[in-house]
Design a protein around this ligand. Structure first.
Ligand code: C5P
Length: 238
């Protein structure tokens, strides 16, 4: 089948159905906008399993997503979307670029979640932008932005509760959305939800269980992802 797109951690393949794609999870890991690279055996499988379980749970909670079904250990079928060039980040606690930008110490709990937008562009390093930038650049309409914000906050509330069941604190995460190829009036959640794009801390020990282990050379990267999968599996089968 034809390779349509290759990103840092995934490949998208055509299928016989023009409205459905195959999304393949790679073992490659990147950080700091591709400056740091590595490959981890099993990462594709772990992220696929985690993301598949989470998308299934979100669909049950009434969140429309691109997910159709899992094909095998590293592949899923997804509805074809036109990805919005706006990434949505939700933060519950201070970490990462928030701390760098503001000087606030890691771990400060916010009184309410912070939603931020950035332009999806490797070339520009995904710059943080506000609503006016997005409107002026024609990346999304005011109505779309309101929808993205509302959806992101809904997903945040669901994920906070879900990860709490897994003994994990949801610090922050990134979401991507796309317009359905078959009906561009519908915007759905796309991409993946995995420890690559979420910060997850163990509720008891505070241990980092996500890509920060790779970013900061903390070791045991895949062990942490495997532990997240075990807990996610337990919570989804409960
Ligand atoms: O680096 P920063 O603190 O802005 O990241 C916030 C959250 O968004 C983190 O969970 C990070 O993994 C995720 N993120 C991502 N892809 C990006 C930027 C951030 O998955 N391009």
């Amino acid at each position: 089948m034809t390779l349509l797109y290759e990103g840092k951690a995934k490949r998208l393949w055509a299928t016989e159905d023009p409205n459905v794609l195959r999304m393949e999870f790679k073992n490659d890991a990147t950080a700091f906008n591709g400056e740091k690279k590595a490959s981890f055996d099993d990462k594709g499988r772990l992220n696929n399993a985690i993301s598949t379980a989470i998308y299934g749970m979100l669909e049950k909670e009434g969140v429309p997503t691109h997910f159709v079904r899992q094909i095998d250990e590293t592949n899923v079928e997804v509805r074809k979307v036109d990805i919005l060039m706006v990434e949505v980040i939700v933060r519950n606690l201070a970490a990462g670029s928030f701390c760098k930008r503001t000087g606030v110490a890691e771990g400060r709990e916010f009184s309410r979640p912070i939603v931020e937008f950035s332009i999806k562009s490797d070339e520009l390093g995904d710059p943080l932008v506000n609503d006016d930038y997005i409107r002026e650049l024609g990346l999304a309409s005011e109505d779309d932005l309101a929808f993205l914000r509302e959806s992101a906050l809904k997903v945040n509330a669901i994920l906070i509760a879900f990860f709490a069941q897994c003994g994990l604190k949801l610090v922050d995460f990134k979401l991507e959305f796309g317009r359905l190829a078959e009906d561009p009036s519908k915007i759905v959640l796309a991409d993946e939800i995995s420890p690559d794009g979420c910060r997850l801390w163990d509720l008891k020990t505070g241990e980092k269980m996500d890509k920060d282990r790779f970013r900061r050379d903390l070791g045991n990267v895949m062990e942490a992802y495997a532990e997240v999968l075990e807990r996610v599996k337990k919570a989804t089968s409960a």
